[in-house]
Design a protein around this ligand. Structure first.
Ligand code: MN
Length: 262
């Protein structure tokens, strides 16, 4: 029987996690270790300068679970390092996140980072997000996540890779299908908001509208969601731009740093 670690970045109490837990229960034993508060946009965190606490909690349906004071990636590390016992998970599933994680979002996403932490530990991992900030019904997205999880348990994944799954925020009967995609281009609409604290000193919020994106770039995750398709993007941890290797090598003809070696 497969042993699945489920985490998220919205906190253990979030309904997206509960829905995914129920759907994954058909595939194996599910252990939940999730943050004790919302870590959205935490990125890939490793907590090194303060202790981590783990406590027994219950999900909204009464299911026993575990919460930690750490980031989503810390939650995965804690379990892989044995905090729940010696057994290593066969699969790490992160989600369901409230809001899509597409394009450059993946570098900010605590949801994707938790899956990356699983991959770094050599465990096949997937991240699941729902493209809606309002939806409270995660049933369909959970079915999608569990279906992808089943395929990954069946086929495995190559080392250093993960799957990033995004589900459109619309009713199941309006889903157009599924597309395997590449990362698209997000368009962020961040604005700097400056206010004054009670002592007259400025402080800042990074605010603005939710991000948009290049919806016309066919084959991308952003394009798929805009068209009502479930998006599955295979990601690799290797961010090397191989096409630039020889170009940068050629720059070194002008290399002028004296290394003290002749
Ligand atoms: Mn989140």
């Amino acid at each position: 029987m497969s042993y699945i670690l489920l985490t998220n970045d919205d906190g253990f109490h979030h309904p997206g996690l509960l829905a995914l837990k129920d759907a994954l229960a058909t595939l194996g034993e599910v252990a939940v270790m999730a943050p004790d508060h919302n870590w959205s946009a935490a990125g890939h965190t490793k907590t090194m300068h303060k202790p981590l606490r783990v406590k027994d909690v219950t999900l909204p349906d009464g299911t026993p679970a575990h919460a930690s004071t750490g980031a989503p990636s810390d939650c995965v590390a804690l379990v892989v390092l044995g905090v729940l016992g010696p057994r290593r998970p066969d699969l790490v599933v992160s989600g369901i996140n409230q809001g899509a994680n597409v394009g450059q979002d993946i570098t900010y996403s605590g949801t994707v980072a938790a899956a990356m932490e699983g991959v770094i530990s050599g465990i096949p991992s997937i991240a699941v997000s729902l493209d809606s900030y309002e939806a409270r019904d995660f049933t369909f997205a959970a079915q999608v996540g569990a279906s992808v999880a089943r395929l990954v348990l069946q086929h495995g994944l190559p080392p250093h890779t993960l799957l990033n799954v995004n589900v459109p925020g619309r009713p199941a009967e309006q889903i157009a299908g599924v597309r395997v995609t590449r990362l698209g281009q997000r368009v962020y609409r961040d604005v700097l908001i400056e206010r004054q604290d009670p002592r007259g000193r400025p402080y800042y919020w990074i605010g603005g509208e939710p991000p948009g994106g290049a919806v016309d770039e066919e084959g991308t995750d952003i394009w798929a969601l805009a068209g009502g398709y479930i998006s599955i993007t295979p990601l690799r941890m290797d961010m090397t731009e191989y096409e630039l290797l020889s170009e940068i090598e050629s720059w070194l003809a002008d290399w002028s740093l004296d290394l003290g070696r002749r």
